[in-house]
Design a protein around this ligand. Structure first.
Ligand SMILES: *C/C=C(C)/C=C/C=C(C)/C=C/C1=C(C)CCCC1(C)C
Length: 267
């Protein structure tokens, strides 16, 4: 762990704390908002709540681990000797990233057979992406060098399911999106872009050592703060967009029932 100034240490500390607050507030929101959407979309909000609940717990552990990994000596934070436990992050992703895919597919309200196949493929790909990145992440800092090292190889293997996920979201889901009401279609396009923008950060952070980010204090702070922002956007922000999609689909359902009722009255 690199030596940090007080402000560098505190920035990361405060960002972890903020993330816990965001995750738990989102948990309450998704649970409470569940009844504002049609019953068939409630499951999506429950999965959103699970994601932020799991992430909130892991951030609490990450926050504690950060506190234990450093001690104040003079006017600098130096490694205490207790290792900072990065495994919490990967265990968190292993559980939450497949669930993020499940939320999205469920809220689309597709035919059962299409839905099940998409859920299976996307969640397995998400799981593999994280599982293959982990052996690289835990290599010692000295080994995280060239693109053609073991580190580079795990990063490359993990990128294969990542690209597959993007392919399914853009090409396969793109086709079914045409059948959605216009407002829902727009919201689905936006959530796909949010996914690309936020998920894209993680492989870039992983490639840090290749792009000269090094492993010094600046790099450590950049990666930790970057992860918190990406996690808040990819879990809380994403869940709020899922809620908006569920609301828009609920409204579309209500409208079509209202039209049917009017037609019955007129007949
Ligand atoms: C809430 C947490 C999220 C959305 C985490 C997403 C993580 C990724 C998209 C990670 C991807 C990686 C690669 C594509 C290659 C290098 C290794 C990873 C695991 C950082």
């Amino acid at each position: 762990m690199p030596e940090l100034t007080i402000s560098q240490y505190s920035l990361v500390y405060n960002m972890f704390s903020l993330t816990i607050a965001c995750m738990w507030a989102s948990f309450a929101f998704f649970v409470l908002a569940k009844n504002q959407v049609a019953p068939r979309f409630r499951i999506s909000l429950i999965v959103s709540a699970l994601v932020v609940g799991i992430a909130g717990y892991h951030y609490l552990r990450i926050f504690q681990s950060w506190g234990e990994a450093y001690q104040l000596v003079g006017d600098a934070y130096v490694a205490s000797g207790v290792p900072f436990n990065d495994a919490y992050r990967y265990v968190d992703w292993l559980l939450t990233v497949p669930l993020l895919m499940v939320e999205l597919v469920l809220v689309m309200g597709l035919v059962k057979s299409v839905q099940n196949s998409l859920i299976a493929r996307l969640s397995i790909a998400a799981f593999l992406m994280i599982a293959l990145g982990y052996p690289g992440e835990v290599l010692p800092a000295e080994a995280k060098t060239g693109m053609f090292s073991a580190y580079g190889m795990w990063g490359f293997l993990s990128t294969i399911p990542f690209v597959y996920i993007l392919y399914v979201l853009w090409v396969e889901l793109g086709k079914t999106m045409d059948k959605q009401p216009p407002k829902v279609r727009m919201l689905l396009r936006n959530i796909r872009l949010l996914t690309l923008a936020t998920w894209g950060f993680y492989p870039i952070a992983y490639m840090g050592p290749f792009i000269g980010l090094g492993s010094g204090a600046g790099a450590e702070v950049f990666v930790q703060v970057g992860y918190t922002i990406a996690d808040i956007a990819a879990k809380c922000g994403y869940g709020i967009m899922i809620y908006n999609i569920a609301r828009a689909k609920t409204e579309a359902l209500e409208e079509s029932t209202a039209v049917e009722e009017r037609e019955l009255v007129n007949a």
